[in-house]
Every structure is written in structure tokens, then in C-alpha cells.
Write a protein that binds this ligand. Sequence first.
Ligand code: NAD
Length: 299
Amino acid sequence: MATVAFIGLGNMGGPMAANLIKAGMTVTVFDLMPAAVDALTAQGALSAKTACGAAASADVVISMLPAGKHVSSLYLGDASNKGLLDVVSKDTLLIDCSTIDAATAQLVGSKAAQKGIEFMDAPVSGGTAGAAAGTLTFICGGTDAAFNKAQTVLTVMGANIFHAGQVGAGQIAKICNNMLLSVLMVGTSESLQLGIDNGLDPKILSDIMKVSSGGNWTLEKYNPCPDVMDNVPSSKGYQGGFMVDLMVKDLGLSQQAALASNSSTPMGALARSLYVNHARQGHGRLDFSSIFEQFSQKK
Ligand code: NAD
């Protein structure tokens, strides 16, 4: 059974690491927040004082961090700290599941390859519910050897595992998906509010649209209107889930990619603008479905 180091135990990393423990793996965890570490040690994880300490003797290292700068300093180190590439053995497989820019993933991948270490980007889709249920979609970028070796851990945490291409390809596929998700969330929110403003019950309207041509993931799994669905962030004060600040980051990444490839992405650009505005109003730490409030709040 693989020994795993898990770095970054937030809304996603916490439940993902918990599933590895439940599967009987030896999991050593690290996070900057002691409370996040305590929650995992209570479920059977070992803990380490540093990320390097957690990773030094692991077969597989998995990271789940906010953004590219965190991933770069974790693996490559900085002025005051060693990076994981300085301490792990050549046999260790490194898997970064964060959503970051493809360039950082490629930089870490090339530095790892220079040392003969396999690195794979494997961003996920499926939200916190998918992380808890072990049904995430993993979108991997790396060599065939890394992809094959990663199956042992990824199949415990996910239901769909794709090999998008070489290192960085997972990140490109992921930002395409999240750009579409943001557009669907905004469109679903404005449609639901239009119905409410014209006397419709949002539950009935959601049931209708779910099986009609407007049906989409946000209506099926993540309705943004409070009290339409149980156990989704909109029915819990938009707490937990996928933060607006992280969606703003992903939409920035998709716009950067669009500029670099001269792609036309007008809907993604508008969605980014709406989410930036929402964050600037102080809602950055709410779940991204809270964009509904831009349409629902009485002015
Ligand atoms: P989060 O903010 O809840 O968790 C991030 C964790 O990383 C925090 O616990 C933080 O303390 C820790 N951390 C930050 N820097 C660290 C470091 N140097 N060493 C150790 N720990 C460190 O974020 P999240 O929602 O879990 O998202 C993580 C990543 O997954 C992001 O890239 C996000 O875009 C992506 N993602 C999130 C969701 C979602 O629904 N939340 C879905 C898909 C992908």
C-alpha cells in the first residue's frame, strides 16, 4: 500500500486526504493551518512539521494549494526554504492537483525531470461534494509512466481520470472547463431570478429547466438560489465550496491563455468581470454560486 504525503488540507484537500486514509493508506499531512492538520490526524493521518518532512519518505506526494506561487515555492523552494525537489527520492511520484497556470506546472515539471523525478499536474473537477464522495474528475498532464503509476491514488479519490497530454495539459483543460462553468453559473442565476421576479417558484423553475434545453451542471448539482437544493453552499449562506476568489483566479488564467493563443472568449471575459466586481464588493470568500446575489438583492 502506497505511503502518501498530502500538502494543503483546505476545502478540497481535506476530504481528498481523508479518502486515502479510509482506503488504508499511510498518509502524512501538512498545512500552514494547524486546525486543518488536526482535523486529519483525528481521522488517522500522521503529521509533519514541514512539507519537506511530510514528503521525504513518501511514495507519492499530492499537493492541493490555492495558486501557482504556492505550488512553485512548495516544489522549488524559496530564499529561506528548501523545496520538495531537494528532498524527495527519484522514485517519488509528485502530483499537483491545484488549479494553476500551465507555465508554472511546466516549470516545476521540467525542474523535476532534470532530477529524474516524475511530476504530473492533475487538477480536479467535481467540487467539495465530489472530493468528499471520492468521485472527482482528475485531468492529468504528464508522461504515460506517471499517469499509470498515479492510478493507485487517483482511483481512490476520483471516478473519472483523464490523461490530457504532457505536463501542463491538465491545467489548460481545467481552465477551459471552469470558464464554461462560470458562464453557466451566471446564466443560471440570472434566469432563476428572472423567473422569481415574474412570480415563479425557483424550485419548480429549476425542475423544468433541468430537463429542458437549459439544463446544466449548476441546476443539477449546485443550484445558486438558496433553499432550492439541500447540502449545497447556497443553502448554507454560501459557506464552504469553491471561493469567488479562486474562480476569479481561474478566469484570469483562462483570459491569459486566450491572449497568448489569440482566442476569442467574450463570455469568459464578461464572467471574469462580473466575478471580479463581486469579489471587490467583499464576497471573495463566499462560494462562487453567490454570484446569484448580484441579481437577487433588492437595490
Ligand atoms: P482552500 O483555500 O480551502 O485550501 C487551500 C489550503 O492550502 C489551505 O488550507 C491553506 O492553509 C493551504 N496552504 C496554502 N499554502 C500552503 C503551503 N505553502 N503549504 C501548506 N499548505 C498551504 O482552497 P480549496 O478550495 O481547497 O482549493 C484548492 C485548489 O483546488 C485551488 O487551486 C482551487 O482552484 C482548486 N479547486 C477547488 C475546488 C472547490 O470546489 N473548492 C474545485 C476544484 C478545484
